[in-house]
Design a binder for this molecule. Sequence first.
Ligand SMILES: Cc1cc2nc3c(=O)[nH]c(=O)nc-3n(C[C@H](O)[C@H](O)[C@H](O)COP(=O)(O)OP(=O)(O)OC[C@H]3O[C@@H](n4cnc5c(N)ncnc54)[C@H](O)[C@@H]3O)c2cc1C
Length: 531
Amino acid sequence: MREPGQIRTSVVVVGGGPVGLGLAAALGTARIPTVLVERSHEVSAIPKGQNLTARSLEHFYFWDCADQLRAARLLPPGFPIGGITAYESLASQYWYAPPGRETVGDFYFQRAERLPQYLTETVLRNRVAALDCVTGMFGWSATDVCLGDDHVRVTAVADTGQAREIRAAFVVGCDGVRSLVRDQAGITSTGTDLGQRMVLAVFRSDALNRGLERFPSRTTYRVLHPEQRGYWRFFGRVDPAQTWFFHAPVPADATATTLDIHAIVEQAAGFAVGCEFEYVGLWDMRVDIADTYRHGRAFLAGDAAHSHPPYGAHGLNTGLEDAVNLGWKLAAVLRGWAPQRLLDSYPAERRPIAAETAQAIIDGIEADRAFLERYSPSGDLGEFERAWGGRTTGETPTASYEPHYEGSPIVSGPAGSRCSIRGQHAVEARAGHHLAPALLSSGHNVFSELGRDYTLIALTADVAPVAAFQRAADAMTMPLHVIVDTADGGRAAYQRRFILVRPDQHVAWAADQPPADPADLLRRAAGRAAR
Ligand SMILES: Cc1cc2nc3c(=O)[nH]c(=O)nc-3n(C[C@H](O)[C@H](O)[C@H](O)COP(=O)(O)OP(=O)(O)OC[C@H]3O[C@@H](n4cnc5c(N)ncnc54)[C@H](O)[C@@H]3O)c2cc1C
């Protein structure tokens, strides 16, 4: 029975930052009744979380708001989203411009974008507001989460003091690093305090723009200084005119009022930088990974599940992928074609990705520290120059960062494999990996033809295996969209004639021959069979 004042829904999402909004968009597009509880009426004005990967843009495409996101950017279309790395300061003769994410662009259906997180959140807030199935409660704070065997109850309190209870099948904590949902679900996290205080500043400066004209046009500038022990002094372009975002290591006892932020910016620049500060704040470098992403009917996503230094632009992008991964699985369970066991694959797939990402960031800081301790132009100059030159060769971190789910219980990956960030981008269709885009003979990209649930791509004229898949799916009431085409043209690069694609565009299974028992394969893909 509904209690007075109680709201009933299928999923309650606590926290309407970018990840909570992304999850609400994913659930709302799947027509799952969702309540989003967000304490702030306004989005935060700090332009962090700016680099969105090509993969994240695919999410916006499937949430039907990629065009709105591109329209909201501040930089001109095609502005290079790469970085410059310099030694000691931006005035140094030692610098390089490593290849950016464009090196892996062909493996994704959308292009990467760069815009302040508050604009990304605004686009998502607008998208969510247009979805009938989503109720946004902005200006409400979740204060209590109660987990039952067959439902959850979340108490939300408005700015006015009014309280409402929301009853749902599932709750997802997208409520950031100090997650209430994590605490109340009894989920512990394992963290390391890196013992480094950081300053974050937003400022306007024409002089900085002018001083950087000697470099190829880029959006980010990292300074490696021997005294900073591998932590970057980092400049990020917010708009083409004069707004900058800056972070740098500072002493442990620094406060926003005592810190001479202007001097730190000028040391990092290496030249006089007249600037007008709009914001100065401090934070501590920490790594924290929740020990599990699920407890019963409660889940964690985004910073509530994992937080790490903002190096490599992983936090928001990883959080959005959490939202997509969990979103389709919750929808499948709530629509009845998958058992709750499917939801166990969410932590199994996503937690190793966050843990390895955090470790890779720490390893990168330590490698930079070791470099700065070992090499110096004031020591052996020739040795330094050879080592500095060596930093520009070899594989970039972007090229080898390819999160995949080969070891997932719902993926038919190679025996003994595991879910990992370490892979290689390839067009070949491989179980567990992201599907690369390809043109169909219709002239459309396969991404614009994929279904919102599972899709079978059959590059064959043989109709019998396709019919067998369809019968097996129908018997399980599992929605299955089918794309039939030839294996000619660019599609030959998939190297497989049958590809089962998940709702999140990862490959569940791929082979040249049809399976002996399609039902068996689909049962695994829907979480009905343990591997
Ligand atoms: C300096 C810096 C630079 C960064 N740069 C990048 C980058 O380039 N690329 C990238 O991918 N990531 C970047 N990040 C990381 C990125 O900003 C975060 O990962 C991202 O904000 C996480 O989103 P979220 O929705 O999980 O959490 P949050 O953004 O923290 O949102 C949580 C939301 O929950 C709400 N909330 C909390 N508790 C409650 C409650 N009890 N009831 C209701 N609402 C609640 C909060 O108001 C907030 O809106 C950067 C971070 C920093 C600090």
